[in-house]
Design a binder for this molecule. Structure first.
Ligand SMILES: [Zn+2]
Ligand SMILES: [Zn+2]
Length: 134
């Protein structure tokens, strides 16, 4: 599926080809801290098909539990996380942050991974009181 998106401030714009069947919720602790939220939400980019249309990404190299270096890319101006990849291994999972994808409303997660570190209230999220706006 062809998608496009960008960061909060508009400096970064991109196009990508993603596999809509590889949209995942990641409960790993790196995703929790890096997102500042309960979990990460990523879509698998097909064959590294990611093109920057404008801006230049900043990045941080994180040593994953596997020992591999994951390159975490983000907007240098507003800090929005854009993608994560393993630079020296193009076959490794290339995860695009779903929240930055314009078509995100139609991308339903297909799996949850690293559930052993999921925050304890996550499975019961539907029971938390709901308001339409703030
Ligand atoms: Zn930005
Ligand atoms: Zn993760």
């Amino acid at each position: 599926m062809r998608v496009d998106g960008g960061c909060l401030c508009g400096y970064i714009r991109y196009e990508a080809e993603i596999d809509a069947d590889r949209v995942a919720i990641c409960h790993c602790q790196d995703c929790q801290v890096n997102s500042g939220a309960a979990f990460g939400l990523v879509a698998g980019v097909v064959g590294g098909a990611f093109t920057l249309l404008c801006g230049e990404l900043a990045s941080y190299n994180k040593i994953a539990e596997s020992g591999r270096i994951r390159k975490l890319s983000f907007c240098p101006t507003c800090g929005t996380r854009i993608h994560a990849c393993t630079e020296d291994d193009p076959t490794a999972f290339f995860g695009l942050r779903v929240g930055t994808i314009r078509q995100r409303a139609v991308l339903t997660p297909k799996v949850q991974v690293w559930c052993k570190s999921a925050l304890p209230w996550v499975p019961d999220m539907a029971s938390i009181p709901i308001r339409e706006a703030q």
